[in-house]
Design a protein around this ligand. Sequence first.
Ligand code: NAD
Ligand code: DAU
Length: 336
Amino acid sequence: MNVLVTGGCGFIGSNLVKYLRKNRPDWKIVNLDKLTYAGNLENLSEFEGDPKHVFVRGDIGNQELVEHLMAQHSIDAVMHLAAESHVDRSILGPEVFVATNVLGTQRLLEASRSRGIKRFLMVSTDEVYGSLGPTGAFTEQSPLQPSSPYSASKTSSDLVALAYHHTFGMDVVVTRCSNNYGRYQFPEKLIPLMVVNALHDKPLPVYGDGANVRDWLHVEDHCAALTLALEKGKAGEVYNIGGGAERKNIEIVKAILSLVGKPETLIKYVKDRPGHDRRYAIDPTKIKRELGWSPSQTFEQGLAETVKWYVENRSWWERVTSGAYRQYFETQYRAR
Ligand code: NAD
Ligand code: DAU
């Protein structure tokens, strides 16, 4: 199978490329990534010279380029992860979120339609459902009530992908996953940011009262679910993915401080995120029952291993925070 992975140099994308090379070694992966601030080709340096991983720097919105790549590599399926992904950035500047997540996705769908791609996996998010009260969990039937420009743009792209199924008969599967954590996450997101700040003895900024709840899933469990959804999901269906690990933000921040041996006096409550969703929780019954997926890691074990990875891979996040990671593409690829 030849698969076009978009956003393969981001957090989930680079974990997915590693997962696929290990667990689907026969597949050829064409990794299309624009290398925005969130794309780090260095994450995949182990695949230099690997004929089964072809990196192409480019925009998902460049339909001509995408169609050319699909023809050149005889692409069978698309795993679409490329996106602007950070809620706080979408509040500061929504435009690029609409450009990439909505228009970019539509162009990618159009290229896939014109090339007769056999399956299109749309990687969406639980944020399309908006916020929950203290009880209950999102099912695939929950109303779509996105709150932020990020989640509104993801909801739009999720629905455009489903419209390509209903209208044009394209084979589209949509997944909606909860918060991921693990190695290679850009240190603007809660867990890596808190680890990095704690290691620098800098304040840990907790939004509002710290009681917002997220449902956490290890990124490798997400990659396993995406692979199953690609292989076994039914066309036109949506699958929720979640780890059943609801935690308040403040509980996570305290756990991180304890794991790195730093005092809770570093916690600093700051102004809340505008429109901050209170609680997310996923009901993953459908993907468990229909595709046989289940998460393999507990949150406590996964968090401890993840924190250890950031402690032991200081050079990775120092190169990210200093901007040095951008030089890798210049030296390894641009010169060719
Ligand atoms: P990320 O920000 O770490 O990575 C995004 C990647 O997309 C980067 O490599 C970036 O360079 C690339 N990209 C951005 N714009 C592009 C464009 N126009 N053309 C080509 N490439 C482009 O994001 P992530 O956290 O790895 O999330 C990946 C996907 O999973 C996103 O679609 C996100 O909405 C979804 N998702 C994320 C989570 C999570 O917790 N991180 C949970 C559910 C769903
Ligand atoms: O639910 C899935 C979504 O999870 C994905 O679709 C998004 O791409 C991904 O970024 C993530 O969104 P969140 O907004 O939930 O993640 P973030 O790490 O930004 O924040 C997690 C929680 O922690 C949230 O309640 C806000 C809070 N927070 C975050 C930061 C960065 C803080 O309290 N302080 C912070 O400095």
